[in-house]
Design a protein around this ligand. Structure first.
Ligand code: ZN
Length: 132
């Protein structure tokens, strides 16, 4: 971590150094290339559990998927995890809307059914009272 390559001589040097110990070039006066190996290793080492949880919850319980996805975007550094968090948020938002629409349609039907059963029972009781 923190290793860069000198644009003058190509030697790997510490990012905190103000000048190259090999050729003496000033660090902020030249363009330095960040080590691609260092970037790759942080990508692999990073703990992606928040991202994985966000993906799982986006299907099981979308509101939680949105929360975990936003948390992941703040905490995750690697491109793979950030992209997965964005995907999880998109899936969560879509599924939240779908679930809300389904529930909004389902609840009145269930309430109506309960009402019908109650009405049916009242009619039965009324008929029973009449006959017996
Ligand atoms: Zn140098």
């Amino acid at each position: 971590m923190g290793m860069i390559y000198c644009s003058e001589c190509g030697k790997q040097i510490d990012q905190n150094q103000s000048s190259c110990p090999n050729c003496g070039a000033l660090l902020n006066s030249h363009i330095f290339v960040q080590s691609s190996k260092a970037v790759q290793s942080t990508d692999i080492v990073e703990n992606g559990s928040i991202t994985i949880c966000a993906m799982i919850f986006s299907f099981l319980f979308p509101p939680m998927g949105i929360v975990l996805g936003i948390l992941g975007l703040k905490k995750q550094r690697s491109k793979t995890n950030i992209n997965l968090c964005k995907t999880a948020i998109v899936i969560s938002v879509i599924l939240t809307i779908v679930y809300v629409v389904i529930l909004a349609n389902l609840i009145p039907v269930l309430v109506d059914t309960a009402d019908t059963i109650e009405k049916g029972n009242r009619i039965k009781n009324f008929l029973n009272d009449l006959i017996f």
